[in-house]
Design a protein around this ligand. Structure first.
Ligand SMILES: [Zn+2]
Length: 452
């Protein structure tokens, strides 16, 4: 594209800040799905999971009523029931490995088993694109190695597993272009072992995991003085990718992008999905990998080069996490369901569902997005590789001020593979997203600088 002299006059009238606000178009079916999320069913799932007494990763696997074995068989049976009700559309499996003692939180050989339900994508070009949503079904009390005494794990993380089951129930009967994986993992409290295994498996199979959402502690807890925030959920995302290599770091230092990882784009997407589908509820994006010096099940995926993000309530009550159930000096300890707000969990599930459904119905994010850097000229020239989906309608160019947390403006362009925009390449950050004929949009991709 030729940069004309007329450009300068365009730039002179700087008021061309841009086009539309980059909202997500609402899909009526997704709206219906969001409506079906049932706090009562989530509550009954949380109570059921707590009823297994302890779900410590090393706890009993023989009993039908107590321990982690009974818990995972119940989760598997729930997935199977959901699958039967939807015409056997879910492929349900137990996927595990034998973990030997590690001198830390694993004190005896144990099978780490993830329960996985896959809803295959229906579009040939997109079925290889995978979205994973997870919670961890293991629990601990005050002693991570105590696999005998009660560890109810009501909030941490029966809430996450219950939300995943509820999403599977609602989404299984519907069609999505891409593949959805509903997962309950073990060994989180023992060092993210189940999720590490899942990320390893995905890499070994060469899977294109386009997003991994972990839901961990989404019960909407209140602090002991009553402080709570049940109007929003925190979404944590890494800024600089954990698997960044030196060459990428070098480019990033010169071109920016420390706030534009794939995980961060997903966080922005989730925030927009919440705006579109879950009014009266908000996403609080937190621009860090996880809570201070902590980790979660998204981390092994980030390390493996997949974009993972974490959903967690706003205030965590540490008296009600990883604690033996007891009363001491009139303080109640323990992770019991009575401290969970099931309406809040339902809202977090709605946010997850709306984002996952939107992503899985949208085209894949554009590949090889580049911004021309060599020519010193006004305006911004973006290029990308053509998407292959048959229902592709075009692309959205998104941009924002460099200090803005979210995309502020967007412009729809047709089925093209480059676009020139009369705005400074230096003063804004840009992204490119793909859009289908029904208006489903992918997450944005931050361009890499191109020298020619
Ligand atoms: Zn947890």
């Amino acid at each position: 594209m030729v940069v004309s002299g007329a450009l300068l006059s365009v730039l002179a009238s700087v008021c061309w800040a841009g086009g539309d606000t980059p909202c997500l178009a609402v899909d009526e079916q997704i709206k219906q799905m969001v409506r079906q999320v049932d706090a009562g069913r989530i509550a009954s799932h949380v109570h059921k999971l707590v009823s297994f007494g302890t779900r410590n990763t090393m706890s009993d696997t023989e009993s039908d009523t107590r321990g982690i074995g009974a818990a995972r068989r119940w989760i598997r049976d729930e997935f199977e029931r959901i699958s039967r009700a939807s015409g056997r559309r879910l492929a349900v499996e137990m996927d595990g490995y034998r973990q030997e003692p590690d001198g830390e939180r694993i004190v005896k050989p144990v099978d780490i088993v993830n329960v996985v339900a896959t809803l295959p994508g229906r579009q040939r070009e997109s079925a290889g694109r995978v979205y994973i949503v997870s919670g961890h079904y293991d629990s601990i009390n005050s002693d991570p190695s105590d696999f005998v005494h009660d560890a109810p794990g009501g909030n941490d993380d029966a809430t996450g597993v219950a939300a995943v089951l509820e999403m599977a129930r609602i989404m299984a009967p519907h069609e999505f272009d891409a593949t959805l994986v509903f997962m309950a993992v073990a060994g989180e409290e023992q060092g993210l072992l189940g999720s590490e295994h899942a990320a390893r498996q995905a890499r070994a199979k060469g899977q294109d995991v386009a997003a991994m959402f972990t839901n961990d502690i989404i019960g909407g807890a209140a602090l002991n003085d009553g402080t709570s925030d049940r109007r929003q959920v925190r979404v944590f995302s890494e800024g600089v990718p954990m698997n960044e290599i030196a060459e990428q770091a070098g480019l990033r230092l010169r071109a920016g992008g420390e706030n534009d990882s794939r995980a961060r784009q997903l966080a922005r997407y989730v925030s927009r999905a919440c705006d579109a589908y879950v009014p009266n509820f908000d996403v609080m994006m937190v621009f860090r990998m996880d809570r201070l010096m902590r980790g979660g099940d998204h981390k092994p995926f980030c390390l493996a080069g997949y974009p993972g993000i974490r959903f967690t309530e706003v205030y965590e009550n540490y008296d009600h996490q990883h604690q033996n159930v007891r009363v001491e000096d009139a303080v109640h300890y323990g992770d019991l369901p009575e401290y969970v707000d099931f309406d809040y969990v339902a809202n977090v599930a709605r946010v997850n569902l709306s984002a996952l459904a939107s992503l899985a119905r949208a085209p894949g994010a554009p590949r090889d997005v580049q911004i021309v850097a060599a020519k010193l000229g006004q305006g911004t020239h973006l290029r990308w590789k053509a998407n292959v989906e048959p229902d592709l309608a075009g692309y959205d160019i998104l941009w924002r001020e460099t200090t803005a947390p979210e995309w502020q403006w967007s412009q729809r362009v047709g089925i093209v593979t480059e676009h020139w925009i009369p705005l400074s390449k230096d003063n804004y950050f840009y992204g490119v997203a793909a859009v289908d004929r029904e208006g489903h949009r992918s997450e944005a991709v931050f361009p890499a600088p191109m020298k020619k």
